[in-house]
Design a protein around this ligand. Structure first.
Ligand code: TXA
Ligand code: MG
Length: 339
């Protein structure tokens, strides 16, 4: 155990000093909290993997605050990447490009490419600027846990394991950035996010969404690991006109469970008042506003664990636009998917 400094948002200087001297700091971005270290310091990078218990074959995203920094990290920035950067940076888009030698293998996990993004969060940008370093950062959770969307989640997972945490409350978006591989002739989205395929196609023409199996040599190693999982069993009920019926059938089927949390997007009109009184079934209606759902989903998973729910039934949103990203995260958390 080491003592983890809890820093206020006006103490970024201190955080920057820690980064400069090879330490690790959790900081907010607009998507989720990141666990950052000097991207060019191999020793510092290893501390990130150790603290998170992250498999070493899963590469890290490097966060930058200027286009000059991009040129120092990437062999040759493709035209299409410049277009996307102009439109979406700073913002929740990570672009994978061919890396320069300076980027340590520990960051890229042995790949010859590196994922780069410029976050849209003042604290993150100031931290990168003040430390004078590009900052490598995965999400600031223990491997396998849901990504942290509030500093309390980071404290839960990493207190005593890292040098500092910047306490900045809730993040804005709540799910991780869109990851797109720009090394391909037709760029391909490896992880969907709130910057959608359509938004990208509008800027650069052809682009694709990866939806194959992540088998022996996955395009994006992170996708092969179980992810975003609460301890409770999660059942995802896919979007359909029978979604409410399916949900109710499941509640009936699993009525022997101790506590069931139902995250719905439709009004379920449940006749389970008695059970609710016993604290057995709780229904939270998230509504159809997708941003409301992306914002809350990971913290609801964490709260469900704290309150010892043993089953979470969640209704997936329609699979278009940002709904694709949300379904992707829900599918990863789910042990069972019902159509
Ligand atoms: O929003 C985000 O992206 C957050 C914040 C902190 O920026 N970061 C984040 O990092 O979600 P992480 O490490 O939890 O997820 C990065 C994903 C992983 O699935 C990883 O495999 C993939 O990006 N990735 C990173 N570099 C890659 C590369 N060179 N080639 C293929 N996939 C890569
Ligand atoms: Mg992560």
């Amino acid at each position: 155990m080491k003592e983890t400094l809890l820093l206020k948002p006006n103490e970024i200087e201190k955080a920057a000093e820690i980064i400069k001297s090879g330490g690790v700091v959790a900081f907010p971005t607009e998507t989720v909290y990141g666990l950052g270290a000097d991207a060019l310091n191999d020793n510092a990078i290893k501390k990130i993997f150790r603290a998170k218990n992250r498999p070493i074959d899963n590469p890290l995203i490097v966060h930058i605050c200027s286009i000059e920094q991009l040129d120092s990290l990437v062999e040759k920035v493709p035209e299409k990447a410049i277009k996307l950067a102009e439109k979406f940076w700073p913002g929740p888009l990570t672009m994978i490009m061919k890396k320069k030698q300076v980027v340590p293998n520990s960051v890229s996990a042995g790949f010859d490419s590196v994922g780069i993004r410029m976050p849209k969060n003042k604290i993150a940008l100031d931290l990168i600027k003040l430390s004078g370093k590009p900052i490598a950062a995965p999400s600031a959770n223990l491997s396998g846990k849901p990504s942290p969307t509030h500093h309390s989640h980071v404290i839960e997972d990493l207190n005593g394991k890292i040098d500092a945490i910047i306490l900045a409350g809730y993040v804005k978006i709540g799910i991780e950035s869109t990851v797109i591989d720009m090394t391909k002739e037709v760029p391909i989205i490896l992880r969907p996010g709130v910057i959608t395929l359509r938004m990208i196609q509008n800027q650069i023409g052809k682009a694709e969404l990866f939806n194959g199996e992540f088998s022996s040599k996955p395009a994006s190693p992170g996708m092969k690991y179980k992810h975003y999982s609460p301890n409770a069993k999660v059942i995802l009920v896919k979007y359909s006109k029978n979604q409410n019926e399916r949900t109710k059938e499941l509640i009936e089927l699993y009525k022997d469970k101790n506590r069931i949390l139902i995250l719905s997007i439709r009004d379920l009109d449940l006749n389970y008042k008695d059970k609710e009184k016993n604290n057995k079934i709780k229904n939270i209606n998230l509504g159809k506003n997708l941003l409301n759902m992306t914002n809350k989903i990971f913290s609801l998973f964490r709260e469900a664990d704290k309150e010892n729910y043993d089953l979470i039934i969640v209704q997936g949103p329609k699979e278009i636009g940002k709904g694709i990203a949300l379904n992707n995260r829900l599918e990863k958390a789910a042990t069972e998917i019902v159509k």
